[in-house]
Design a protein around this ligand. Structure first.
Ligand code: HEM
Length: 484
């Protein structure tokens, strides 16, 4: 039976072919690896030593890389015993890397955006100019990347030394190493540097994960069930019917935490919010409160496990969750307008696997930021505690089609002041306040939660996330890498 990409997979009940697929597929694609410390190692191939590099990649695939199957087994053990798995390793090759390895054109993944690379995409995405990116991403061509992840710092470093040794011995040049470390809130939910729970809403590709979500959180109002085709691509390097890979987006996104939290205070003052209710300002920008409560469901944080079973059907005026809020822009859940059915919007979603980074350690953890009663109070007592850069998110995502998923989301949704389509006579939403890039826009913020008749107040909110560099990669099947 050929692999069916139009449905999710029940991995604990996998057919013979599906088992072969899981052994050949790299981990982290069907489900996040779950480790809290990571290292991304970027390297260039010396074309004169391409045979040595092919051998090194074979060795990495045979002895170090984590297959989807191994990762899933380790997750089962972790859930049953709390014992975390081996260091996770994944191998990525860019279009330039395939050429440097002298792979025939017909065996190189052919997504047009992948072939051109992310530097070429930068102007269209309204990214910071490539010349201003971190040197790791500009000094030379990036041919490949190795992702290592572990719960244990010593094990991570040991694996790093083994991997770097292999690459360097094969004539590779290490361009840079980017560490990532997951931030958590007090109840162990992963958060990002602005302080908000992140990574909650994902397309789910495994039947087991869909069943758990259905039992624990519900899927009546938002069904995250996804088909394998959202991330998987038949590996053109090996045509055995069970070898799949996935396009991988890497973006180092720097966060100006002080600027963002200051803007939240400015908005809270504009909306005349006081005390705890000042948190509503940030929730209007993100679409969730810091604890993950969706603002379309509640005017205050509820302190529950972050819900995800919601849509915007009862919020067609954007009076609870503004149209421009980050999560409404990047997943309108059927409310995007333009007459498209929700299923059509779903195809733009992607498996996000980001992690926070701190190139310079923060003075104050995001959950310990003292509350402010006004913008003046913030400026006097809080502002200097917060970083203006050197921290952020390593945005990583697996795609089936880069142009239709990551690039579409960034360009046609986040950067598009006219999206979502709003009722006639209403002002356009403006940019996504978190990741929108482009000419400054003015968003309109509900003066009172769920009271559309009270109108909105204008305030321009954007520019606190900056692109520091990245690349498009392919995560080839292990079968292909072993055949190099
Ligand atoms: C520093 C940059 C970013 C920050 C701080 C950030 C923050 C967040 C937060 C707090 C959430 C809510 C948690 C959740 O629902 O999972 C979220 C969700 C999401 N973000 Fe981002 N994000 C960033 C970059 C991006 C980028 C570059 C994209 C895509 C172009 C993106 C797409 C999404 C999507 C699709 C969701 C889920 C929305 C949903 O399904 O409701 N984010 N993000």
């Amino acid at each position: 039976m050929p692999i069916d990409l139009t449905k999710p997979m029940a991995w604990t009940n996998a057919s013979h072919e599906e088992q072969r697929l899981l052994r050949a597929l790299q981990g982290n694609i069907l489900k996040g690896h779950g480790r809290s410390e990571t290292l991304n190692i970027f390297f260039t191939i010396n074309e004169a030593q391409k045979h040595a590099m092919r051998a090194a990649l074979r060795e990495l695939a045979n002895y170090h890389a984590t297959s989807a199957y191994q990762q899933l087994l380790e997750t089962q053990v972790f859930q049953a015993t709390g014992k975390s798995g081996e260091p996770f390793v994944s191998i990525f090759v860019s279009a330039a890397g395939y050429s440097a390895l002298d792979v025939p054109d017909g065996q190189i993944p052919d997504d047009p955006s992948f072939r051109l690379g992310q530097k070429a995409a930068a102007p269209g995405l309204n990214d910071e100019p490539v010349a201003t990116w971190d040197p790791t991403f500009t000094s030379s061509r990036i041919d490949g990347m190795i992702l290592i992840a572990s719960e244990n710092h010593t094990e991570l470093r040991r694996k790093r030394d083994a991997v770097v040794n292999l690459l360097v011995k094969a004539g590779g040049t290490i361009l840079g190493e980017q560490a990532g470390k997951q931030l958590f809130n007090a109840v162990s939910e992963g958060i990002e540097h602005f302080g908000y729970v992140d990574g909650r809403s994902q397309p789910l590709l495994l039947v087991e994960d869909i069943e758990r979500e259905s039992q624990d959180a519900g899927i009546a109002n938002w069904d995250p069930s996804s088909n394998l085709g959202v991330a998987l691509v038949a590996d053109p390097g090996i045509s055995d019917g069970v070898s799949f890979g996935s396009y991988f987006i890497f973006r180092k996104l720097e966060q100006d935490v002080r600027g963002f939290k200051r803007k939240e205070q400015e908005l809270a003052d504009e909306l005349a919010l006081t005390g705890k209710s000042r948190e509503l300002a940030g929730a209007y920008a993100v679409g969730r409160f810091e604890d993950g409560t969706p603002v379309t469901m509640s005017s205050e944080p509820r302190g529950l496990t972050p819900p995800n079973d919601f849509n915007y059907n009862a919020d067609s005026a954007g009076a609870r969750c503004p149209f421009h809020a980050h999560i409404r822009k990047t997943n309108p859940r059927g409310s995007g307008g333009f007459g498209v059915p929700p299923q059509t919007e779903f195809k733009h979603l992607m498996a996000r696997r980001g992690i926070t980074y701190e190139d310079v350690p923060r003075v104050v953890h995001p959950t310990d930021i003292p509350p402010a009663e006004s913008l003046a109070d913030f400026d006097a007592n809080v502002a200097t505690l917060l970083p203006t850069g050197k921290v952020g998110l390593l945005f990583m995502a697996y795609n089936h089609d880069i142009g239709n998923q990551f690039e579409f989301t960034q360009k046609a949704w986040a950067n598009n002041p006219g999206f979502p389509q709003v009722p006639a006579g209403t002002t356009p939403p403006g940019l996504d306040p978190v990741i929108g890039q482009g000419p400054a826009s003015t968003q309109h913020w509900p003066k009172a939660w769920d009271k559309a008749t009270q109108g909105t107040c204008p305030l321009s909110f954007q520019g606190f996330v900056k692109m520091r560099g990245g690349e498009y990669f392919f995560a080839p099947s292990l079968n292909f890498l072993k055949s190099l």
